[in-house]
Write a protein of this length. Structure first.
Length: 72
């Protein structure tokens, strides 16, 4: 729950008394998929706005299309 609340893994690892961060990561990170999404969302807020080439600016990453790419 501490990881989901935003505490870094080093702090959580110390509090749990683990001898290394890898023990904490191996034990708990597979249970909390939302942490990666939360980190990605926070990182996206730090990105500068993108110019789409048509004089419009977007602040969100375009969604990827599923299926084959134009390259193959």
């Amino acid at each position: 729950m501490a990881l989901m609340a935003g505490f870094d893994i080093a702090t959580v690892s110390k509090k749990l008394g683990h001898s290394s961060i890898s023990i904490t990561a191996d034990t708990y990170t597979h249970l909390i998929g939302g942490v990666g999404r939360k980190m990605a969302d926070a990182a996206e807020l730090l990105m500068p706005p993108r110019n789409n080439g048509d004089n419009t600016v977007t602040t969100t990453t375009p969604k990827r299309r599923s299926g084959p790419t134009p390259e193959g």
